[in-house]
Each structure stands twice: as C-alpha cells, then as structure tokens.
Ligand binder design. Structure first.
Ligand SMILES: [Zn+2]
Length: 676
C-alpha cells in the first residue's frame, strides 16, 4: 500500500476521519517493532542502570503503540463493525505476546532490579518511587524473582487458571442459555412490563412456538422478579437463576471453583504470600485482609439490624397484600418494588421532563466551573469518529487543560453501558507538558423531531459518574503517564466518579439544571425529597447483600490452605451464615455462577464497591459541611486527589484532602442506617 497511513504520521488528536480499518494492522506491526527496539536499547545500553536510562526510558517507550491501541480499542467499544472485531482477534494476541515477552525479559529485569535494590542511595521523589515500585512489582508479581523451576510452575498455573476461568464462564453462559421457560397463557405474566412480554413473545415465535419464552437474561429476569405477580413463576425463575452451573450435569462448576481457588492460592504462595487475598491487597488501598474484614463487619453491624426490620416489614406487607405466610427469597424483589411504589408514588416518566440532556450537561459544566474554575467550549474542528460525538476544549481559568469527547446515544456498533476512556493520557516528558484527551461514552435515548433527549434520574447520575472519572483524567498533573489520572488502585478509582453523583441529590445543584423542558419550571421540592428518600429504600437489605458478597469473596480467597474445603455449597453457607435472613434454598449456589470473582477481575476485590461508597460519602460530607460549592474545599480536592493520580499512596492523598482517614459513618448516615 503506497497510500499514507495516518496512524504512522505524527498526530495530536486522533485523525478519525482519515482512518480506515486497513490502517490498523500495519500501524500495530510497525509500532510494536518500534516498542521492541526501544526496550532492546535499554537492555543493550552498556552504561550501568540508572533511573533515567532504565525506568524512565521504559516508562516513555511504546508511546505510539499506546496511542494506536487506545484508538483501536475505543473504536471497538463505541463504533465497531465485523472487520474491527475480526481484527481485534488478531491484534489482541500480538499485544499479549509483546507484554509476556517484556515480563519474561530477564536482562531487562536485572537492570530494573538493580535500580530498585539501590533506591535508598538516591534521593528519588515520591512519584519516582511509586513508578519504580509499580514497574518492579509488575515483574515480580509475575515471577521475575523466582528460580527457573518455580517460574515454569507459575506459567503453568497461569495457563491453567485462564483455561479454568474460561470454562467457568462458558458453563455459566451455557446454563443461562439453556434455561427457557415456555408460557402459553398470558395471564401467568400478570404485572410484567409489556416490553418484556413483547420480547418473550418474539423469542417464542423465533423458536416456532406459541406464547412466550422467558430467559435468565437480565432484561427479562429482573422485571419478572420485580413485577411478576405469579408467585410460582417467580419461584421457577429464581431457582433457574440461582442453580446455574450447580446442577448435576456437564456444566457444573463446583470442580472449577475448587480448582481456581487452589491454583490461586498456590500461585500466591509461590510468590511468597500467605493467601491470594494477601497477594491482591498488596496493590490496594485497603492493604490487608484484616482491614477488609474489619471494614465489612463494621458496616454489617449497623446494616443488619436495619435489614432485619426491613424483612419484617416486607413479610407483613406480603401477608396483607396476598396472604403470604412463608415469605421466601423469590418474594423479596417483588414486594420491595410494590412497597416502594406505594410509599413514594414517583415514577421515572414523571421525572424525565425535568432532565433534558443538554440542560443537564450545561448544569454539570456549571457545577464544575463553580468548583474548579473549569470552562467548556465546543470545538467542532476536532476530528470525530461519528457525527453524534460532541467535542469540547476544556480550560482551567484560561489555560487549555484537556479535550473532552462526549458520545451520548446508542447505535449499532456501540456496546451497552457507560464508560470513560482516554485517547491520550496526561504526562510531562523532559519539561514538555502533554494534555490529555478524554472521552465519555453513554447510551441515552436519542432526541426525536418532537422530543429532546430526556434522561431518567438514573441516567443523570450515570452522566455525573462518568464525568467524575473524566475530571480525574482531565485534571491530571503528573510526570509519568502510567501514574496519571485514573491510573490508581482499584479500590480508589471510583472516588472521583461516585463523588460527583452526590451533587445530583442536592437542591442547590438541581436548581441549576433540573428544569421542565417545556415550562422551564424548576423541579419541585417534593420530588427532590422523594428522590433522596427512595434512593435509601430498604438500604439495610441492600447493604447486607453487598457485604455478604464481599464476605463470600474473602471466604474463598483469604484462606491459607484448601485441605478442609471440598464442598462448595457448605463453604458458601458458612460464609453467608451471619447475613442470611431468609430460608436457605438448597438447590441454589452463588459461587458456581459468581463471575465477578471466578471469571472477572474482582477476586478479593468485591469489597471495593462498598469501600468506594465510604470514600465518596465521607468526602462529600466535607462539602456538605463547608458548602457544596465551596471553592477552597474543591481546590483541596483537586490538588490532592484529581491532580495526583497514582503518584502517592491513596490513603496519604485522602488524608491530605480530608484531614483524616475515611469514616464509614458518613456512608451509614447517608444511607439512613444511623442517625447521628
Ligand atoms: Zn466508575
């Protein structure tokens, strides 16, 4: 191809409009080669290893590769097609091969180790030490310090683990897909929303059947459990969902759970840790198993009495409504929803006219401007990958801070959900400041000719959430790209995002943007009160449930030997014992389908959902105390959290901002679980 490849030219903003899918492969190949050469030059350097010629050179290597990869994988999420997807299958192995070769490069590791071992003889800054440690640990946590034999076993374990996790996921998926509940009589579906019934009907038609087919997919399962009046149907669905990969068939995951747990423990112990959780928590704000357990128990102590009361309330309500005397797990979501509707009488459709997308965005920008002196100017000269994408140049006072891409509406080729991502991270190389290019991607309903895009309240908080991540990335002020912005420990990364959500519940903030799109009327106080109260509805039960999952995760991963564990269900029941409020269901098992911890990356990390909530509640309490638009509190937050990324231990950063360690009481108070 003689044509110019825009990815191999110098560019600042991604040259989307000039890009063709064909450009990626040669660009990846060339930039991978360059990155390998850069690394090779570190190894071949005959000078003795220094921070600059080893750590920094490694940190700033592969810059072009990183930029091309970020464009490619962001497109694969936000604007993909079969060719991009096919190419991703080819590119991903190339990148993992590159990464594996890097981590197995013993000559390179020797040099890194030399710098690491001699760090006390140099006067490195805190940020330099963080980077050194991050890079060093990246190698040692993958076995760089082990002898050949142990290294070989580690590779074997990694292979086995990835195969077993894959098998685990395949079994859960197969069990989800194999479940199909055929209903012929519409009256059995009473209460279930029409849209859900529609798709159940379509599915039946596809399968050549009359009536309806219900599946365990979330968009079907959840509404059935919440709205399905038919108790027998709810029970069938609940058992179908809860017994996934726990039945006596080829998709049973009990063996896989035990294998994964054993392999993880063996891997951790090879590396010198007592347990898998110890291994994971080394790189978390929580630091130790003790801290996680104390944290969970502390919250449970307050949540459990509330949960017990709430269960009694639900039982009484179910008895009154339908004469139910033996309240079961498959009744919980249904009566919770019913009681919630009765208590608040506030539905999404009533609220939506107050949340027109453009007004919400303007309000969000105004809040940010009040807090952090940021301003957002639309800039249509920046190249985009789809005409729906809006681009802003962001200024701090009057200085260019970042570029923000916003891509709000669903379309074929965009995956579900909402996320923040970057096309370029902030860094400072040899005195040259590079400002970040940040993107938020959502799936809010599109405006039509007659109606603008009106958001549900949940979508409003989602927008603020992703924007909070974006603020983390945009405000970054660090030297090294891998410590910049949201590159922080896993249990710290949701602080900036969740913190922003708090403004959505405040009158002073809502008044800035929650205005009826036709009448311009500000959202009534009564609605604000209801939004707040309903967000805490059955909070004791919700919290207890989250804590119980965290406890189950730790029960599998904090163990130091697996000899006594041979029964998955028994081990799980023991972990759930202190949080179980309803009769146990023998046919069901959570662990055999707990993808978060056995398939995804949440092992020993499930607690972090609550952990992050504690952080954001405690942080927002300071804003409540000083005023939700208080500039000096905002400045402290910006300077100590947003700008610092991962350059300093998160607990240290937090204390600098807050003046103390985070206190779970703020969360318990916000959740209405304690009053003082
Ligand atoms: Zn998030």
């Amino acid at each position: 191809m003689s044509e110019i490849n825009p990815l191999l030219q110098k560019f600042d903003h991604p040259p989307f409009s000039k890009l063709k899918t064909d450009h990626f492969k040669p660009a990846f190949e060339k930039s991978l080669k360059e990155a390998r050469t850069e690394i090779e030059s570190i190894v071949l350097n005959s000078d003795s290893p220094t921070y600059k010629n080893t750590i920094e050179t490694l940190e700033f290597s592969g810059n072009q590769l990183g930029r091309i990869a970020s464009i490619f994988f962001n497109l694969n999420s936000a604007e993909t097609n079969p060719e991009i997807q096919k190419l991703a299958q080819e590119i991903s192995p190339l990148l993992s091969e590159f990464n594996n070769d890097l981590l197995l490069n013993t000559d390179l590791f020797e040099k890194i180790k030399h710098v690491f071992d001699n760090k006390s003889t140099h006067d490195y800054s805190e940020e330099q030490l963080m980077l050194l440690e991050k890079i060093y640990k990246n190698f040692t946590r993958n076995g760089a310090n082990l002898d050949k034999e142990k290294q070989a076993r580690l590779r074997e374990i990694d292979k086995l683990l990835s195969l077993t996790s894959l098998k685990f996921g395949e079994n859960v998926l197969a069990e989800t897909n194999n479940f199909q509940l055929h209903i012929s009589d519409e009256s059995e579906l009473e209460g279930i929303p029409d849209t859900v019934k529609e798709s159940a009907k379509e599915l039946a038609k596809e399968k050549g059947k009359e009536g309806y087919i219900l599946t365990l997919d979330f968009p079907t399962f959840i509404p059935v459990m919440k709205f399905g009046k038919n108790r027998g149907l709810r029970k069938q669905m609940f058992l179908g969902f809860g017994s996934k990969a726990f039945k006596d068939n080829e998709f049973n995951n009990e063996e896989n759970v035990l294998d994964i747990v054993k392999l993880r423990l063996e891997r951790a112990q090879l590396l010198g840790f007592e347990s898998h959780a110890d291994f994971v928590l080394q790189e978390r704000m929580a630091k130790s198993i003790d801290n996680v357990e104390i944290f969970l128990d502390d919250i449970l102590e307050k949540a459990l009495p509330a949960a017990e009361k709430e269960i009694e309330e639900l039982k009484t309500f179910a008895l009154e409504c339908d004469g139910i005397r033996d309240f079961q797990k498959w009744d919980k979501a249904y009566y919770t929803e019913k009681l919630k509707q009765k208590t608040f009488d506030l539905d999404e459709e009533t609220l939506k006219p107050y949340f027109e997308l453009n007004q919400v965005i303007d309000g969000m920008f105004e809040i940010t401007s009040k807090l952090f002196n940021l301003s957002f100017k639309k800039d249509e000269t920046i190249d985009v990958y789809h005409k729906d994408v809006i681009t802003y140049k962001v200024f701090e006072d009057d200085k260019y801070l970042a570029t923000l891409y916003a891509d709000f509406h669903p379309r074929a080729g965009k995956r579900d959900g909402a996320w923040m991502t970057t096309y370029k991270d902030q860094f400072n190389h040899d005195g040259l400041e590079e400002r970040p290019q940040v993107s938020i991607v959502c799936n809010f309903s599109k405006p039509t000719k007659k109606k603008p895009s009106l958001l549900t309240f949940n979508e409003v908080t989602t927008l603020f959430h992703e924007f909070g991540h974006a603020l983390h990335a945009m405000n970054a002020k660090t030297t090294y790209p891998s410590l910049s912005g949201a590159s922080v420990y896993w249990d710290f990364v949701e602080l900036p995002s969740q913190l922003m959500e708090n403004w959505c519940y405040e009158k002073e903030a809502l008044e800035l943007f929650a205005k009826h799109y036709e009448t311009n009327e500000v959202i009534p106080q009564d609605f604000i009160t209801k939004i707040k109260k309903s967000s805490n509805f059955m909070e004791g039960l919700q919290t207890t449930r989250q804590v119980s999952f965290g406890k189950l995760d730790m029960a599998w991963h904090a163990i130091k030997n697996t000899e006594s564990i041979d029964d998955v269900k028994a081990h799980e029941s023991k972990a759930f014992k202190s949080t179980e409020l309803l009769p146990e269901v023998n046919e069901n098992c959570m662990s055999t389908a707990f993808g978060h911890i056995f398939q995804g990356g949440y092992s020993s990390g499930y607690y972090s959902y609550k952990w992050a909530e504690v952080l954001d509640a405690d942080a927002f309490e300071l804003f409540k105390e000083k005023g939700i638009f208080d500039k000096s509190t905002a400045l402290k937050y910006k300077e100590n959290i947003l700008q610092k990324g991962g350059t300093i231990e998160p607990m240290k950063l937090y204390k600098k901002f807050r003046g103390k360690e985070p206190d779970p009481r703020a969360l318990l108070k916000r959740a209405g679980l304690i009053t003082d």
